[in-house]
Design a protein around this ligand. Structure first.
Ligand SMILES: [Zn+2]
Length: 92
């Protein structure tokens, strides 16, 4: 099932920052060199696209753990970097 992703930055600054990597030399490519473009791209590429399941702990009225319940996560909300607009985290 496709994951709903909220707060995606449609026009992030990092896409306008040129990649500094030298395509002909592996030693001069991200992550061996600092490259804002590739660093931000990697972060955005790591955003999940499909729904996923987690074990959510269930507690009784006394606050005591009773069991783990499997919950399907169908929607996440991104936190974007103020500076470059890339994804720095997400929550559900
Ligand atoms: Zn690069």
């Amino acid at each position: 099932m496709k994951l709903k992703v909220n707060n995606r930055n449609g026009d992030p600054l990092w896409k306008k920052i040129a990649c500094k990597c030298h395509t002909s030399d592996i030693g001069l490519k991200y992550p061996l060199i600092e490259c804002v473009h590739c660093n931000c791209k990697r972060a955005d590429d790591s955003i999940p696209t499909q729904s996923f399941k987690i074990n959510q702990p269930v507690f009784d009225k006394q606050g005591k753990f009773t069991e783990n319940k499997v919950v399907e996560i169908k929607e996440i909300t991104l936190t974007n970097c103020d500076k470059y607009g890339s994804c720095i985290g997400w929550s559900f």
